[in-house]
Design a protein. Structure first.
Length: 202
């Protein structure tokens, strides 16, 4: 797929993911990486190597229950197949590790939102400490995360407590066009928001 078409498809995925998250009524505020004001909250840099930038697609603040006031960031994959999601996932968990380590106030939860599952044979293992460690030790990430190309040296630099913490904050969400419609209607959502405003919750 040409670059421009991929960008358009990616932007559409971010917009649809944001719309679905908002419709759960558990999101107080949300934004995408194309928001003129809030996009900067989703942009970071790899600490080593060429210190290239990386970003998340969607971010926001959750509401209600145990997640009240928690910040989240999300990666959205508007894919029709498993494609190369596994490769991107390895990079993503490394980004989550760095973001939690260096910018912890900006992300309490990390969501991977896709329209097609991937690595089906190891799906249950994708939110484990081993999955985070695997991403960190991917040859692509050694230099830009740990400033070394030696895997054994990188292993010594990994904060295992942080790895566990990050793994417990990972979410895997698989959406479908029909599922996107099976949410509260805008009219009913407006009633809930109005009620929350009356109670001073907004």
């Amino acid at each position: 797929m040409p670059g421009e078409a991929m960008h358009i498809k990616g932007a559409e995925g971010a917009r649809r993911a944001k719309q679905w998250l908002d419709a759960t009524t558990r999101v107080r505020s949300s934004w995408t990486n194309e928001d003129s004001v809030m996009a900067s909250r989703l942009e970071f840099n790899w600490p080593h190597g060429e210190q290239q930038p990386y970003s998340f697609d969607v971010g926001g603040i959750l509401s209600g229950g145990e997640f009240e006031g928690h910040f989240f960031v999300a990666e959205c994959k508007n894919y029709d197949s498993a494609s190369d999601q596994g490769m991107h996932y390895d990079d993503w968990v490394a980004k989550c590790y760095l973001t939690r380590r260096d910018h912890g106030r900006l992300a309490d939860h990390f969501m991977w939102i896709t329209w097609h599952p991937f690595r089906q044979n190891t799906w249950k293992e994708l939110r484990t400490s081993d999955a985070v460690t695997k991403g960190l030790l991917n040859p692509r990430n050694l230099k830009r995360v740990f400033d070394t190309e030696d895997e054994d040296q990188a292993k010594q630099l990994i904060d295992q407590q942080l790895v566990t913490d990050v793994s417990e904050r990972l979410w895997l969400i698989v959406l479908d066009k029909k599922q996107e419609k099976l949410v509260i209607t805008p009219q009913h959502r407006a009633l809930i928001v109005a009620h929350q405003i009356e109670r001073g919750e907004f």
